[in-house]
Design a binder for this molecule. Structure first.
Ligand SMILES: NC(=O)C1=CN([C@@H]2O[C@H](COP(=O)(O)OP(=O)(O)OC[C@H]3O[C@@H](n4cnc5c(N)ncnc54)[C@H](O)[C@@H]3O)[C@@H](O)[C@H]2O)C=CC1
Ligand SMILES: O=C(CO)COP(=O)(O)O
Length: 328
């Protein structure tokens, strides 16, 4: 199957960075944005000043306002917008094509993973998930980055990884889509918690405890959904969890810092916070854990704080006074 042309749908920070990575890999790339002014800026000046200010883009990237036909599609809109985006596309466009899902989140209402949304909306396409420790700014600037690309067919996944690999972008092929997607979605929830620990000045020890216990919780969720907990030892699990839970650069971490400082979700959103996927995913993850009968006290705690049902001091006291248990 030809893997020469790439169509990236969604021209925010991540879509723009992935377009740059694909162009660096030698692919012929189109980048679809909703905003005609932004598309013109990319084509004329080779920058996307809204999404990635200061980053020069390869001139070979062609920005469009309509989705172009291609050998490979990459979806890069927020998790809650994926279904809307798919609804807006010509149903023939994705038929028989590899479609890489790069959003990290669970869908409100349906509790669906991104690949479940794709299977629902474009069942004749082939879904892959891309996740791992990768800030858009790093990828676009050509700083070394390694990610996981998971798909059902091992050979096809390796071919796709090879088509996107460049000198600074290294995708590892994998097969556990469930594990990779759950890891990507949940690390944002734990990043909110770690940011809140920082914002509330609860100490670096608390933050590391949270990362380790979040990892254990994540493993329970993945296993309950039929994925492999072993996947979490990789880039999409440990890699992205540590990146997002320790980097002030992370938007989820920053949002968590504001929560930890005592601000309310509505107030943070109203003051123009950038996308923090964990905010929408926390209640969905809590509902999913409940439906699976998985013990997820950290997800529940983040959900309660994000929803304004509890303050940080109350959830921390609640977590610390849970009955003692064996670690494994
Ligand atoms: N920014 C980053 O470093 C990384 C982001 N991601 C994930 O990528 C996803 C997108 O994040 P960002 O690009 O950073 O967010 P962003 O806020 O920078 O951009 C989102 C873009 O999606 C567009 N959009 C929304 N609905 C749309 C629709 N229906 N049709 C077309 N375009 C639509 C918006 O106009 C905006 O340009 C998130 O799930 C995020 O977790 C993953 C890895 C790294
Ligand atoms: O997913 C990311 C890094 O891997 C980006 O994290 P934030 O969305 O929290 O900035």
């Amino acid at each position: 199957m030809a893997l020469e042309t790439v169509s990236v749908l969604g021209g925010g920070a991540w879509g723009t960075a992935l377009a740059q990575a694909a162009a660096m890999a030698g692919r012929s790339v189109s980048l679809m944005l909703r905003n005609a002014g932004q598309a013109a800026e990319i084509n004329e000046r080779h920058v996307n000043s809204t999404a990635l200010p200061g980053q020069e883009l390869l001139p070979s990237i062609l920005a469009t306002t309509e989705a172009e036909a291609a050998d490979i599609f990459i979806l890069a809109v927020p998790a809650q917008a994926t279904r809307t985006l798919l609804t807006s596309l010509d149903p023939e466009l994705l038929k028989g094509k590899p479609v890489i899902l790069s959003a990290k989140g669970l869908e409100t209402g349906t509790l669906a993973r991104q690949s479940e949304i794709l299977a629902d909306m474009a069942p004749a396409s082939f879904g892959y998930v891309l996740s791992g420790p990768s800030f858009a700014g790093d990828v676009a600037a050509g700083r070394p980055t390694a990610v996981t690309l998971a798909g059902d067919d091992a050979n096809a996944t390796s071919d796709l990884a090879a088509a996107l690999a460049g000198p600074s972008f290294r995708p590892y092929a994998a097969d556990d889509r469930i594990g990779v997607e759950i890891a990507g979605a949940l690390k944002n929830v734990y990043a909110l918690a770690c940011g809140a620990v920082d914002g509330a000045q609860l100490g670096a020890s608390a933050r590391s405890a949270l990362i380790a216990r979040g990892y254990a919780e994540m493993a329970r969720m993945v296993s309950a959904l039929g994925g492999s907990a072993h996947t979490l030892t990789g880039l999409a699990g440990l890699g992205d969890l540590t990146l997002t839970c320790t980097s002030v650069q992370s938007r989820n971490y920053q949002f968590g810092m504001a929560l930890g400082a005592g601000r309310r979700t509505a107030d943070i959103l109203a003051s123009g916070a950038r996308l923090a996927e964990g905010v929408a995913t926390a209640p969905v993850a809590a509902a999913l854990a409940k439906s699976l009968d998985v013990d997820a006290p950290l997800i529940d705690a983040v959900d309660a704080v994000v929803a304004g049902r509890a303050d940080i001091a109350t959830v921390v006291a609640g977590l610390m006074s849970r009955p003692l248990k064996r670690e494994h």
